[in-house]
Unconditional design. Sequence first.
Length: 357
Amino acid sequence: MGLIRTLLALSVVFTHAGGIDLVGGRNAVQIFYMISGFLISYVITERKSYNSVGEFYISRYTRLWPQYILIAIISLVVFYFIRPLEADLFFRAFGSLNVVPAYFLAFSNASLVGQDWLMFAEITRGGFAFSSDFHKAAFPAYFGLLTPQSWTLGVELTFYAIAPFVLPRRWLILVLLGLSLSIRIVLVQAGVGMTDPWTYRFFPAELFFFLIGSLVQQLGSKRYQAMFSPIYDIGVTAVLTGLVVSYALIPSHELLKSAALMGCFAIALPALFRFQHGRKWDIVIGNLSYPIYINHILIITIMHAAGMRPGGILFAVIAAVLSIIIALAMNSFVGGPVDNWRKHLRRRSAPVVALSL
């Protein structure tokens, strides 16, 4: 699962850098949602890693926030001293807001909370107003984010908030799965369901992917392990890796390709999960996925400010290589120590005790 996750992160990098196509940003993000649902279901319902909801929240938040805030602070320094185009938009966003909305925007930048909501807002008359399409907004609110791609972390945090109460109750998973799918169908019928930002930024519709991953873990993981030997994991992982790399070359309608891609990943999650066990190299590669994702916009911004022309293969490769190098450093100095602390938190929790709800 680690290699796949990092390839998905690089797919987002290439989407923003241009020049190279893998599965695209939207597909990569929604596959990440499924993987997240699978893994969170595992730690809550099977491994039962935490004694309390509070410990779960602390562990998940500290998985995301330390590396995020590091990049956010560096981005603020870059904006202040190097002054790329993004800096003018960022400071203009704060300058256009009244005190209370400006405090909310600052709080969102500092905490990650609500960044996904800002994708549905524009700045006008000193405050925020709803915008159904930020592409058409006069001044989108996300211009005020230091790391605009971290809106996905706001979606993740919302899922984490409800996961301890939903995932142990399979009937509730099914109910919410149906509701989420119904919301997506209504959005499509309303004419916005296939357009950004409604395609993959609206949590009630995206909850479907988290819950599909959770349901696969609960219903399919043990069955897969009983039916197939570990040798199948290698084949499944190889096929999915090839699919991610060659996706853009498949001659088919994008909607059909995307649906098939999601279906393949949903079915393959138990194999991908078991594949990483006992393969330290896969875990090490997978640990690069989050820091790559969180640092790559900063890398691309600095490359733009340095006068490099975006859109070509060379630009994309340089952005990817620099993102990987920075990710290695982030894991060494931030991610590693934080993960050690999180492991200590899990060890203090009795592994056979369910979450206290």
